[in-house]
Every structure is written in C-alpha cells, then in structure tokens.
Design a protein around this ligand. Structure first.
Ligand SMILES: Cc1cc2nc3c(=O)[nH]c(=O)nc-3n(C[C@H](O)[C@H](O)[C@H](O)COP(=O)(O)O)c2cc1C
Length: 357
C-alpha cells in the first residue's frame, strides 16, 4: 500500500486467507479441474465453481485465451479514450461489476455479510467511475433486497438483476429498484437453472416473450435480459423490449457443457447490435480480455469472480483497485492495437492465422 491505496495483489492476498476452502485466489481465476472451486460440483453446493464437470466455466476462459491481440504500433501518438455512456450515466470504462449475489456461496457471514458485500461492490465500482450490478438469491426478498439497498445508498448508481421468480415478485423488486433510482433493472433468464434457488425451494421459471414484455413495460427503467447464449433468445429479448442483452452463461454456474461466451458473442452481436446494448461476461480477467470481448461485438463487459476476491479481500477499496487496473490495461491494449476510442474497436484488433498482414 505504498501510495496509501490498496493494490490488487494486497486484496488478493487477504482474500486467499478468508476464502479458504472455496477459492484459493489463484493468480488467474481459470476454472481448471484442479482448482478448489471446481471440486464442489457433483450434486453438492457449487461454491465459486460450476455444476457437473464445470466445463461451462472453463470454456469461458478457454474461448478468450484462444484469441490473440494484433499489435499495430506505428503512426501518430494518441491517448485511448475508454469512456462509455451507459443509460445516461458517464462511466470511465465499458467495464462493470457483475450481478453476483450470495456470500453463502463463498463462506457466508464469517467471510462477509451480504449487505457489506453489496455495498463494497457498488461503492468500489462507483469510486472507479464504473457501475456495480447486483444479483438476487434465495435469501433476498422485496422486503430485504440487499442489492437495491446498496444501490439506493449510492444515489441509484447501480443495476439490479432479479431471478426469474413469479411475475408478481419480480414487479415488487422492480418497484423498489425504481424508487432507488437504479440505472436499469432486469431478469437473468438463465437463473431458472440456479443451484441456490432450487436448493432452497425458491421457485424460478422459464419466461415467455409476453411475460418479459409485461415486465419491460411495467417499469420506467431500461429493462435488461441477462443470460442469453443464442441469437433466437437475443432477438426474443429485444422483441420483448429489452434495452440491453447480456450474453452470459452465468459464469458457467447454471448449465454444464455450454460453449464459452466469447464463442457465441459474434453471432449474437451481429443480429441485435444497434437494437439493444450488447453486454458480455464470463472469464473476463484483464483489460486485454475486455478488448477481445469488445472486438467480438460487445458494447461493454461485466466482471464476476475477480470482484468477489477484490471485495472480500479489500472491500470497497479492493474493488476500486481492481476496476482501475482493468481500465488502465484496456487503455494500453487499445493504444497498442491502434484504436483511440471504443467506436473504433473491431475484429481488426484480433490476430487471425494466417495473419492478414
Ligand atoms: C458466486 C456467484 C454468484 C452469482 N450470483 C448471480 C446472481 O445472483 N445473479 C446473476 O445474474 N448472476 C450471478 N452470477 C453470475 C455473474 O453475474 C456473472 O455472469 C459471472 O460471474 C461472470 O463470469 P466470471 O465470474 O467468470 O467473471 C454469480 C456468479 C458467481 C461466481
């Protein structure tokens, strides 16, 4: 903490001790079979990993790893601008904190309280001029919506994602989100496969286009559909009125054997870009990964597990440090691949064999 600020490594060291048995805060959070988190898979609680073989989590990492950047270095000097407008809010980066909920997945109250966790993510993201999204779990209710409370305390600086509960329950959460002044609100349609909701007999449902339309039209906030992995679902979400679609497999936590999100992103983005914001997550660990997702057609990305480690290890300050590191690496990656603004990013920043030269 040389300059009085916590570093990402310091937060990670502290998280390593606190998350013992759930996550070893490895240098790279890669979902390999050998990792502690992936040992919780066969019918037992999934902790920080994924269900079954855990392949969906690992495939997110592999899909990004398979992509390489193409340096383009000679030309006039410039500074790359990473600023991003998100539903009327000016952010310093196209990177936001993912809607992660449920400290019970990584040790519960002995590690951190749910309210404290939500506050750390929302405040830390805001301090970095990013935005924290919040999730929903079996112990959340419209009377105790931990995420919305943290967002309200931060002046509405956040997005609330609600599990695909009954229509009435979702509407109650959405009313609270509106009153808190959230930037957007939405449903994770892939939450129908949530381990935690099913384990605690909290019903979650498959949602039809008309049910999603009913939800989108019952709120004045921009409506988000999260958890889309194919073009048909993305088009259905747009048809229902979604203003943003999150290409995501929930960090590989809801269905085993899916591809990595970077594999499906280009096909989805081609079909809906312009009609709704395209946001992607799954395996984003560095600013270089962010550039890859943007090159494949995302307007912005979300970061999940690395922010859990940052929040547990360093609270608000750990989250701020993690987000600022991501943004500065993104700016470097943009400059060294020859792009000055987000609008200039295209597949040309990716190296393809044989190189086009
Ligand atoms: C412990 C944990 C809890 C999560 N809870 C939620 C949730 O409540 N709602 C939601 O939409 N996504 C949830 N997610 C998924 C994240 O929002 C995001 O899609 C995923 O973490 C991105 O992948 P990454 O962790 O590899 O960055 C959760 C993820 C983790 C690891």
């Amino acid at each position: 903490m040389a300059d009085g600020k916590m570093s990402v490594e310091e937060a990670r060291e502290s998280a390593r001790a606190k998350l013992k048995g759930f996550c070893a805060a490895y240098k790279t959070c890669d979902g390999l079979d050998s990792r502690i988190c992936q040992g919780h898979s066969y019918g037992s609680p999934i902790g920080m990993g994924g269900p079954g073989t855990g392949a969906s989590f690992a495939n997110n990492i592999r899909a990004l790893e398979a992509l390489k950047l193409r340096p383009l270095l000679i030309g006039p000097d410039f500074l790359s601008d990473t600023s991003f407008a998100f539903f009327g809010k000016e952010l310093a980066m196209p990177i936001m904190g993912a809607s992660v909920s449920g400290v019970n997945s990584f040790g519960g109250e002995s590690v951190m309280g749910e309210a404290e966790f939500c506050r750390a993510v929302v405040r830390g993201c805001k301090a970095a001029a990013s935005m924290g999204w919040r999730g929903d779990s079996f112990n959340y209710s419209p009377e105790r919506p931990f995420g919305i409370e943290a967002i309200a305390e931060s002046g509405g600086w956040g997005v609330q994602i609600i599990k695909p509960r009954s229509q009435d329950a979702i509407k109650l959460f959405m009313e609270k989100a509106e009153r808190a002044g959230c930037a957007a609100v939405g449903v994770d349609v892939d939450g129908q496969g949530s381990y935690a909701m099913n384990a605690h007999a909290q019903p979650v449902y498959r949602k039809s286009i008309s049910e999603l339309r009913e939800l989108a039209s019952s709120t004045s906030l921009p409506f988000v559909v999260k958890g889309v992995m194919c073009a048909e679902d993305a088009e259905a979400a747009v048809e229902a009125g979604a203003k943003a679609v999150v290409v995501s497999n929930h960090g590989g936590r809801v269905l085993d054997c899916t591809p990595g999100t970077a594999e499906v992103l280009p096909g989805i983005a081609r079909r809906i870009r312009g009609a709704a914001l395209v946001i992607a997550d799954g395996g984003v660990r560095t600013g270089y990964d962010v550039l890859k997702m943007l090159a494949l057609g995302a307007d912005a990305v979300l970061v999940g597990r690395d922010l859990v480690r940052a929040a547990v290890g360093g609270g608000e300050e750990g989250v701020r440090a993690q987000m600022e590191l991501l943004a500065s690496d993104l700016a470097k990656a943009m400059k060294m691949t020859g792009v000055a603004s987000l609008a200039e990013i295209s597949e040309r920043v990716l190296w393809k064999a044989p190189d086009r030269g």
